[in-house]
Design a protein around this ligand. Structure first.
Ligand code: UDP
Length: 237
C-alpha cells in the first residue's frame, strides 16, 4: 500500500456492510474481511478511529414507522451500534490489532465511555478506537456521530465506506446516465440534497473543514487504494 496522504482518519461504516450477503444482523466472515482492511490501513502508520452504524440490526425510523415512540426506537438503534462495535473489536483483536470501544451511552461492563483525552492516548499507543452509540442522543444518526468524533479527534478526513463508489448527481441504480463527482462542495451536497450523509453531518464537516471521502468498501482492497490516492471515490470538500 502506498504511503497514506492522511495521518489520522475516521472511518465510518454503515451497519449494512457488516451483513455481508445476509438480510439482517452480523456476518462474522464479512466483519473479519473489514477488519483486515482496517489492519492493512493501520500498518502504514495511520491512526484510525472507527464509527459503525446499526442499520443491519435496528433503525429508529423503522421502529417509529411501526408505531414505536421515536426516541425509544432511536435508543434501540444506538444499542445496535454497540453490538456492531463489539463484533468489530473482536474481529480486529483476533488479527492482532489492539482496539478500544468507547460508547456515548455509558456501559461500563462492556466498554469505555467516550473520553476524548483517553481516546487520544489509545491512538498514540497504536490502538484503533471504535466510537459507538453515535452522539448518544435520539434524532441523530451515526453519520452525525462520525462527523462529531472526526472533529473532536481532529481527524484529517472522514472516510465513508458504503456500497456505492462515490457521490452521483442522481441515483445510479435508477439512472444509467448518472454522473459521479470526483469532488463536490459541501454546499452543493446540501443544496441538491445529494445522498452522502445526513445534512447535520455534512454541515458539521463543512464548518470544521473535514473532507468527506465517499468510496465503496465492498470492493476488496479499496480502502487501501483510496488512502493511497488511487481509488475510485468522491471527495466532498
Ligand atoms: N441513532 C441515534 N442517535 C445517534 C446515532 C444513532 O438515535 O447519535 C440511532 C438511530 O435510530 C439510527 C440507529 O441508531 O437509525 C442506527 O444508526 P444509523 O441509522 O446511523 O446506522 P447506519 O445507517 O449507518 O447503519
Amino acid at each position: 500500500m502506498p504511503a497514506p496522504q492522511y495521518k489520522r482518519i475516521l472511518l465510518k461504516l454503515s451497519g449494512e456492510v457488516l451483513m455481508g450477503g445476509q438480510d439482517y444482523g452480523i456476518d462474522p466472515g464479512f466483519v473479519a474481511e473489514m477488519a483486515k482492511e482496517v489492519k492493512a490501513a493501520k500498518e502504514t502508520g495511520l491512526e484510525i478511529c472507527l464509527v459503525i452504524g446499526g442499520g443491519n440490526i435496528f433503525r429508529g425510523m423503522a421502529g417509529a414507522a411501526q408505531g414505536m415512540d421515536r426516541a425509544q426506537a432511536d435508543y434501540m438503534g444506538m444499542l445496535a451500534t454497540v453490538m456492531n462495535a463489539l463484533a468489530m473489536q473482536s474481529a480486529l483483536e483476533q488479527i492482532g490489532v489492539p482496539t478500544r470501544v468507547q460508547s456515548a451511552i455509558e456501559m461500563d461492563k462492556v466498554c469505555e465511555p467516550v473520553i476524548r483525552r483517553r481516546a487520544e492516548r489509545h491512538l498514540e499507543k497504536g490502538r484503533v478506537v471504535i466510537f459507538a452509540a453515535g452522539v448518544g442522543a435520539p434524532y441523530f444518526t451515526t453519520d452525525s456521530g462520525a462527523a462529531l468524533r472526526a472533529a473532536e479527534m481532529k481527524c484529517d478526513a472522514l472516510l465513508k465506506g458504503t456500497s456505492v463508489d462515490g457521490v452521483y448527481d442522481s441515483d445510479p441504480k435508477t439512472n444509467a446516465d448518472a454522473k459521479r463527482f470526483d469532488t463536490v462542495t459541501y454546499d452543493r451536497v446540501l443544496a441538491d440534497n445529494l445522498k452522502v450523509m445526513d445534512a447535520s453531518a455534512v454541515a458539521l464537516c463543512r464548518d470544521n473543514d473535514i473532507p468527506i471521502v465517499v468510496f465503496s468498501i465492498r470492493d476488496e482492497g479499496n480502502l487501501a487504494r483510496v488512502l493511497g490516492g488511487a481509488g475510485v471515490q468522491t471527495i466532498v470538500k
